[in-house]
Design a protein around this ligand. Sequence first.
Ligand SMILES: Cc1cc2nc3c(=O)[nH]c(=O)nc-3n(C[C@H](O)[C@H](O)[C@H](O)COP(=O)(O)OP(=O)(O)OC[C@H]3O[C@@H](n4cnc5c(N)ncnc54)[C@H](O)[C@@H]3O)c2cc1C
Length: 397
Amino acid sequence: MTDRYDVIVVGAGILGLATAWTLLGDRPGSRVAVVDKEHRVAAHQSSHNSGVIHAGVYYAPGSAKARLCRAGKSQLEEFCASRGIPVLHNGKVIVAVDEAELPGLAELARRAARNEVEGLRELDAADVRRLEPNVRALRGLHSPRTGVVDFRLVCRVLASEIRERGGELHLGRAVEAIEERPGEVVVGTARGELMAGRVVTCAGLQSDRVAAMTGDAGDERIVPFRGSWYVLRRPELVNGNVYPVPDPRLPFLGVHLTPRIDGSVWVGPNAVLSPAREGYRRGTVDVRDLADTLRFGGFWRLAGRYAASGARELVEDRSRHLYARAVQRYVPDVSAADLAAGPTGIRAQSVAADGSMVEDFSIGGSGRVLHVRNAPSPAATSSLAIARDLVDRLPDR
Ligand SMILES: Cc1cc2nc3c(=O)[nH]c(=O)nc-3n(C[C@H](O)[C@H](O)[C@H](O)COP(=O)(O)OP(=O)(O)OC[C@H]3O[C@@H](n4cnc5c(N)ncnc54)[C@H](O)[C@@H]3O)c2cc1C
């Protein structure tokens, strides 16, 4: 094995893997390595998510999210179909349960139309009932081509094809420094240095720290938001994905019901500030992570803006009954007894110094190093299109 590469990708989540896979497909024979601090691929966000292949309903028309979600969805579906990875197009209904939510639903319908979401249909109360007999709503929006997939499996297949194409995976190898020298980049790890012509970083929850290694973190920091799910003991209550109208001021979609590829139904995720970027058990505190968040002025501005909704989420997070009550707004039959404790994920959300959440995907960097700085949902859906975008920014040699 050489320690000199054409391209080193930092991060073996879905974005890093998709980038290496795309590079090796475009430029067979190039020397590509993916380096991750964990001992397995997809250890963080890429295996702790809802598994939804989003159809592009929510995103501001013209944004990178709108463009790359649409392109990425079809590329991902084609990838899965040709590899026998199961995808279930179980559709999604977004429901407005009171008058106050109708303008929000109408805005989503407008966005979805401009984003050319396939098969989108506006529903009245009776239409919603026909699709989802246990859901109560005034009106809804149906996206029949929304689907679900196991993103962890997608990552495993990408990893094995990277190896088949001659790429290398260096797992259990944390990147500690990235230094540009004339004509090359030196990637410092606990197990020695690696050299590369170019470096692409896709470090998820650590993306601001990794960008800071080349002085490219800007004024944005990752603020980690934990999302926990319950598993619905009565999966027969829904046929497809059921979502509320999201709060337009928040980049999170609200607690929803997601039938998984394995037949289970997850309820969630909520969104509460996490005191650890990679601590999946409630109550885990990482002193460095917490101190970084509390030292960041943007966090305090954000907290001031969302004090009320943040406090409500925190209270609901502690109470199965309150969580059930949030779902009962649109699925009245769900009771606290129907909710079994489920898994947890942590979102890497970039926040600017003024306290605003960075909504769109963001890629930065200078010289020979490219950093993915903000890649929240729907980045898993969009992964192959984001990878294409990244690879197109790398010169051939
Ligand atoms: C709760 C939740 C629900 C979601 N639901 C959906 C959904 O339904 N549909 C959808 O499309 N998207 C969803 N997403 C978003 C999606 O999961 C992420 O956008 C996507 O997985 C990001 O991939 P990534 O490769 O950037 O990050 P990650 O998967 O987090 O990978 C980053 C990798 O970088 C590695 N790394 C970090 N620092 C270093 C270092 N110093 N050295 C070496 N390696 C390092 C980490 O170990 C990790 O493996 C959800 C996310 C969450 C958290």
